[in-house]
Design a protein around this ligand. Structure first.
Ligand code: ADQ
Length: 481
């Protein structure tokens, strides 16, 4: 029976070593949910890194790691600390991530980390090739594995390969800066289907293929000598039901979390004050520092809102051994301190700042309690937080302020859309959101919810797989002619 092989940098599970025993717990992220019908409900296999380096796994537990992952329908790729430093923290996160998010000055072009990226993509390819059988379909995810499609295609031209990029694909003028631009494009062109979140990323990619490799491209096809490649956009959705159900349950829950009790205390003490939510990984692409400055500007421009608003800011620690992330952490700490010092009164703190990951139930506490969500990425492939916020607003109130630079903005035009570099616009958007009449909020969210409910993460995965299988038929036709 043919199967689908999913490949991503990390496996959808957490491995822990306790009392010389390996424990694997499945993770519950958006991608894992979307892939469920492809992975768990079918006889799919997921290939990726476990999160533990070779140095971290005691020699007598190596087989147990393989066994524990196989129980979860996963196959591990074994990586050492050098691989993680060069491939992950190096080329993926110091070259591709900044360049593809238009932070050109942050991008490093180190030959060693490029070589590590190539070597690690080959390691993934080896594991994939060991697991492929005739008739299988392969779906590769994201910017860490852009060489993988061609490595697989070279050995197994019979296998259908799909690739999805979760981050933006930059314009040709930015992409061309990369010294290894040809190799990256050729790696991707091993796919039969290449998917992006938005039509703009698709367009940028096609333009790079045409100008750098001189292949013939049309609106959504690339013609190679011996085959065609389909390129299309598939805006990723969320597990809508999970968020909406959790919000419903939350409203009637008797056992409140400590966080919710604190939030309620705040509401009781200042009943007409509004809470503004911001949630992201602590990443420079998310525009967190700009957001705090824009909030400061808002309090200066509209002083009537002092003591009447509070910015609840959750930043999840991320890539903390990359220097730019350390600098950003320092900058955010300082900004929060400065603004709280400048505006706070004995009864009011303008920013509540949490630097940590939070359990799902606390995420729901925040989504359902805050009347406004302020998401201001400088660049963002999609931004699922924007979609999750709307899904939890089960009574349809709440205002989403969203950066036009997030892929999600293209499907969420009923949100208040802002340019994250324009403080004037952000300050006015905050005032608009705080004062927006409830019937207007409901009107906007009705449309947003309807769309998000219909195009959820399962539908996204289904559409991609359907388009991938369609490419099989197309290449049959090309060969027949
Ligand atoms: P990310 O950059 O990680 O994803 P995003 O799309 O916002 O950004 O997803 C973050 C996820 O983490 C959300 O599902 C959210 O619920 C969760 N999360 C946030 N804060 C949390 C916390 N404190 N504790 C626990 N969970 C938390 C990349 C791209 C995006 C793209 C996605 C999917 O950068 O642009 O939308 O992949 O393709």
């Amino acid at each position: 029976m043919s199967k689908t092989i999913i490949i991503s940098n990390r496996l959808p599970l957490q491995l822990k070593i306790e009392n010389n025993k390996i424990e694997a717990t499945p993770s519950v992220g958006g991608l894992a949910t979307g892939m469920k019908s492809v992975h768990r409900d079918g006889n799919g296999v997921w290939i990726g890194w476990t999160g533990l380096t070779e140095e971290e796994i005691p020699a007598d537990l190596v087989d147990d790691v393989v066994e524990a992952t196989i129980e979860e329908q996963c196959v591990p790729v074994s990586l050492n600390q050098d691989d993680i430093d060069g491939f992950y923290y190096g080329f993926s996160n110091r070259t591709i991530w900044p360049l593809f998010h238009y932070f050109i000055e942050y991008a490093e072009f180190e030959k060693e980390s490029w070589q590590s990226y190539k070597r690690v993509n080959e390691k993934y390819a080896e594991v994939v090739l060991d697991n492929i059988e005739e008739g299988d379909t392969v779906w590769v995810h994201d910017y860490q594995l852009m060489l993988l499609p061609a490595l697989i295609k070279k050995e197994r031209p019979d296998v259908q390969i799909g690739f999805f990029l979760h981050i933006p694909f930059p314009s040709y003028e930015v992409f061309r800066i990369l010294p290894w631009r040809e190799e990256i494009l050729k790696g991707l062109l091993g796919s039969d289907l290449i998917g992006f979140h938005t039509y703009d990323y698709q367009r940028h990619f096609l333009s790079s293929v045409s100008r750098i490799l001189r292949h013939e491209v049309s609106f959504n096809e690339i013609t190679l000598k011996d085959r065609m490649i389909t390129v299309n956009s598939f805006p990723m959705g969320i597990d809508y039901k999970k968020f909406a159900d959790a919000a419903e349950k939350h409203d009637t829950a008797k056992n409140q979390s400590e966080l919710q009790r604190r939030l309620d205390l705040h509401i009781d003490s200042t009943p007409d004050a509004k809470m503004i939510l911001s949630i992201d990984r602590l990443d420079y692409s998310k525009g967190i520092a700009n957001r705090i400055r824009a909030y400061e500007y808002f309090l200066e421009k509209y002083p009537q809102f002092k003591e009447k608003v509070r910015l609840v800011m959750l930043a999840v620690p991320s890539r903390s051994n990359v220097p730019q992330y350390q600098l950003l952490k320092k900058e955010v700490d300082e900004l929060v301190g400065r603004i709280n010092g400048k505006f706070a009164s004995v009864s009011w703190t303008p920013i509540w700042y949490f630097y940590r990951s939070m359990p799902f139930e606390n995420l729901i506490d925040l989504y359902t309690t805050c009347e406004v969500a302020l998401l201001t990425p400088i660049r963002d492939g999609m931004n699922l937080v924007a979609k999750e916020y709307i899904a939890t607003r089960t009574n349809k109130t709440g205002v989403l302020i969203l950066s036009e630079m997030a892929g999600a903005a293209q499907e969420m035009s009923e949100a208040v859309i802002i340019n994250p570099n324009n403080f004037e616009e952000i300050a006015d958007a905050l005032k608009l959101a705080i004062e927006m009449p409830e019937d207007e909020q409901i009107k906007r969210n009705k449309f947003l919810q309807k769309r998000l409910k219909r195009y959820n993460v399962e539908k996204w995965a289904e559409d991609f797989m359907h388009a991938l299988h369609e490419t099989t038929h197309k290449s049959d036709i090309v060969e027949a002619v």
